[in-house]
Design a binder for this molecule. Structure first.
Ligand code: ATP
Ligand code: MG
Length: 246
């Protein structure tokens, strides 16, 4: 991961939601538009940056492992991303190789629109058998997709909307990015305020876009031998990012 994880308000809301799903042993659905931070939040909640690679490499065990065991013990959560149009068989194989089920309290499935009908049915059945809480993450509309599975749907405890980045948090992100470019961002300065407004207009709360925009801003500055990030610079940078900004 290139940049540092920011504990946003949305991340805290996600963590509360996940705690609630887990405490009530239910099934929760979390939905939100592309790039708002759903995957990163879930991975963070599950301590998956350390536990995930650990599970993947069964063989090597070292002194550091105790730390990871401790993290896993606290998290008691598995984070799982199914492959595109994941079949029931693939899901069974993958989830069977996870940690000891008796220690598991929550399974988080990312990109859950990839699940086939059978896979959804199998998960529902697993939930009934094991009572392990489950969170299904997806794009807006996923809640409706699940309504086609009445047995799963009737077990849903929560639907949580992951909202886009708010204004203050975007400012926080931009201040860091400006600093990376060796500049300081001052929201009270007219030029900066306009540049911020431009970024806000372009990204609309998508967390991924400001990061894609930054190298382009840097390029525009360099090519044009400019020093200040203005509204025009941001717009010029945007125009080079053809995909995903409209
Ligand atoms: N809390 C955060 N702190 C720092 N950067 C973040 C955070 N959340 C998201 N990002 C940035 O935004 C990008 C997109 O986040 P993420 O992949 O979690 O979005 P998503 O909602 O899962 O999107 P998609 O629906 O496309 O899967 C990340 O790669 C990261 O650069
Ligand atoms: Mg994602």
């Amino acid at each position: 991961m290139t940049s540092q994880f920011i504990i946003t308000k949305e991340h805290r809301r996600f963590a509360e939601f996940a705690d609630a799903v887990r405490k009530q042993n239910t099934i929760g659905v979390c939905f939100g538009p592309a790039g708002v931070g759903k995957t990163l939040s879930a991975r963070r909640y599950a301590h998956w940056d350390s536990i995930g690679p650990f599970i993947a490499r069964w063989a090597a065990r070292s002194e550091d492992d105790t730390k990871i065991y401790a993290a896993a013990h606290r998290a008691r959560t598995v984070f799982y991303t199914p492959e595109v149009s994941a079949t029931m068989r693939a899901l069974q194989d993958d989830l069977r190789h996870g940690p000891n089920p008796s220690l598991l309290e929550l399974i988080i499935i990312d990109e859950s629109e990839r699940l086939t009908g059978n896979a959804v049915e199998w998960l529902r059945d697993q939930y009934d058998r094991t009572g392990i809480a489950m969170i299904l993450i997806g794009m807006p509309g996923i809640e409706k997709q699940f309504s086609h599975y009445p047995q799963l749907y009737s077990r849903l405890g929560f639907a949580h909307q992951y909202r886009p980045l708010g204004h203050d948090e975007l400012l926080f992100v931009l201040e860091r990015q400006w600093r990376k470019l060796g500049k300081t961002l001052d929201p009270d300065d007219f030029t900066d305020a306009q540049a911020i407004a431009a970024v806000e207009r372009i990204t609309r709360g998508n967390f991924r876009l400001p990061e894609r925009l930054l190298p382009q801003i840097q390029r525009v500055l360099k090519i044009n031998e400019l020093d200040v990030i203005t509204n025009d610079v941001v717009e010029a940078a945007r125009s080079t990012l053809v995909i995903g900004t409209t």
